[in-house]
Ligand binder design. Structure first.
Ligand SMILES: C[S@@+](CC[C@H](N)C(=O)[O-])C[C@H]1O[C@@H](n2cnc3c(N)ncnc32)[C@H](O)[C@@H]1O
Length: 309
């Protein structure tokens, strides 16, 4: 997430240098934290991004005294467009989907932020069980368990804003302290035919602090049986051709998935995520009108939802 810190016009490098020095860098950056500048230029008289980067970096190091680059540097982004220089600071650091507890990922992992988005779009509020019959590294069951337990996303990670001059450690501590985790009697199930994926999912759940309410097992979709307890939500992100496997073979897999869900999961809703509408329809599931696609890993993926089967 970028926070805007200043804006000015500049038509040549000397002007960029002079105006960059007028920015109150000390209001945002700390003199003891290294800074890394990244500039881009479009439709501007200043067209050399490298030279622009160097001028702004020098302005910061000389005016503020902060060292340049290196491990843990705060990133300052300069976008120069139509001769307008817009300066922002990166408040996140590592991308937000890196929640700090799931370094183990399978072949085609779903970003945690997207898994959370799709769960919410299915109306998920933490009050029902979730099952993923092709769970890979376990992203859906783990996100759902975290929502059910009221665990804040990103609680295990650092954010770049903690290194800014504006950071208020007490306010942040108070925000992190609430809400406290709730217990849940619900179970969050994940299955995959790949034993390695199942091990990863279990490790990730342990790291996320939801091992107690999640259950992972190595099992193909053909062996799926309905878990005991109330109905809930099946979330699934089957393989899709452009990433793994070949599309023809996948039609059979999606067809079997649809059949087994219709047979075993009556009363449960389904949310299926795929880049391929033809494959989604091959399940034969009674999908509601499709949602708008979302960019993911160079593809566009779509959430297909059903009412209770
Ligand atoms: C796109 S990945 C799912 C990624 C997962 N959402 C995550 O975030 O890690 C698809 C998964 O389906 C699994 N799979 C493929 N065919 C299967 C089958 N017949 N039964 C069970 N799992 C299967 C693969 O092993 C793979 O882990």
């Amino acid at each position: 997430m970028l926070a805007r810190i200043g804006e000015f016009r500049a038509v040549h490098l000397a002007q960029l240098d002079k105006r960059a020095r007028k920015i109150d860098w000390g209001a945002v950056l700390r003199a003891d934290v290294p800074v890394k500048v990244e500039a881009t230029c479009r439709r501007s008289k200043i067209y050399h991004a490298g030279a622009a980067t160097q001028r702004i970096a020098r302005a910061i190091t000389e005016e503020l005294g902060a060292p340049e680059g290196g491990e843990g540097a705060v990133r300052v982004m300069a976008r120069i467009e139509d001769d307008l220089v817009t300066l922002s600071v990166d408040t996140s650091g590592a991308p937000l989907h890196r929640r700090g507890h799931s370094p183990a990922t399978g072949k085609a992992p779903l970003r945690e932020t997207l898994a959370a988005l799709f769960l919410r779009r299915c109306g998920y509020d933490g009050s029902e069980p979730v099952l993923d019959p092709m769970c890979g590294a376990g992203t859906f069951p783990i996100e759902a368990a975290e929502i059910a337990r009221g665990l804040a996303p990103g609680r295990a990670r650092r954010f770049a804003f903690e290194d800014l001059a504006t950071f208020d450690p007490e306010a942040w501590q108070a925000m992190r302290a609430i809400p406290s985790p709730r217990d849940t009697a619900l179970r969050f199930h994940g299955f995959d035919r790949d034993a390695g994926a199942v091990r990863m999912a279990a490790d990730n759940a342990a790291r996320a602090g939801v091992a107690g309410c999640t259950a992972f097992a190595c099992q193909p979709i053909s062996a799926l049986t309905r878990p005991e307890g109330p109905p809930g939500l099946v979330m699934v992100n089957p393989p899709y051709g452009a990433r793994i496997g070949n599309r023809k073979a996948l039609f059979g897999l999606y067809g079997s998935l649809g059949e087994v869900l219709m047979r075993e999961m009556r009363g449960w809703r389904v949310g299926l995520v795929t880049s391929d509408g033809g494959l989604a329809r091959a399940t034969g599931l009674p999908f509601l009108p499709a949602e708008a696609p979302v960019a993911h890993g160079g593809l566009k993926v779509t959430l297909w939802r059903t009412d209770p089967l």
